[in-house]
Ligand binder design. Structure first.
Ligand code: DQA
Length: 139
């Protein structure tokens, strides 16, 4: 099974960015742990700070190249009609993830523009949110 993990804006700074909220591990180290834990899965990774590049990646993998998508769209979660439309347009199921519990945070983080276009949403479990999303996609 091929799973595409997609991280949006500012998530390239994981480990350095607000460690009290997002932890002190960078994503590459965490990805290494995930690959060790799931040797039978193909875990591909893409990160961009650019909304259109995230849309392009969804198009690229969303018609057969991946069997599931784990998407942390970062702040675009709360604003992006383009990501919502892309998720609706593609065939591959996606799970929305967040490291932090967005519902315990500022009100502008409580609404997701993309949740309705995803299979489900996992938030608030730190980096383990990604593993839980993989478990959900594995079924
Ligand atoms: C985030 C939550 C978003 O509100 C925020 O803009 C992020 C990270 C999370 O993983 O907790 O960049 O998606």
């Amino acid at each position: 099974m091929r799973i595409q993990i997609i991280n949006g804006p500012n998530l390239n700074l994981l480990g350095r960015r607000e460690p009290g909220i997002y932890g002190d591990s960078d994503f590459d180290s965490y990805l290494g742990q995930l690959r060790q834990r799931y040797p039978d899965l193909e875990l591909a990774y893409f990160q961009s700070n650019v909304e259109g590049e995230l849309v392009n990646k969804l198009h690229e993998v969303g018609f057969g190249e991946a069997d599931g998508i784990v998407l942390n769209a970062g702040a675009y979660t709360h604003t992006s009609v383009a990501l919502h439309d892309a998720l609706r347009a593609i065939e591959t199921p996606a799970v929305e993830v967040h490291i932090s519990n967005v519902h315990q945070r500022e009100e502008f983080r409580h609404h997701s523009m993309i949740a309705a276009a995803c299979r489900g949403v996992i938030c608030g479990f730190g980096l383990d949110s990604y593993r839980l999303a993989i478990e959900a996609l594995k079924g």
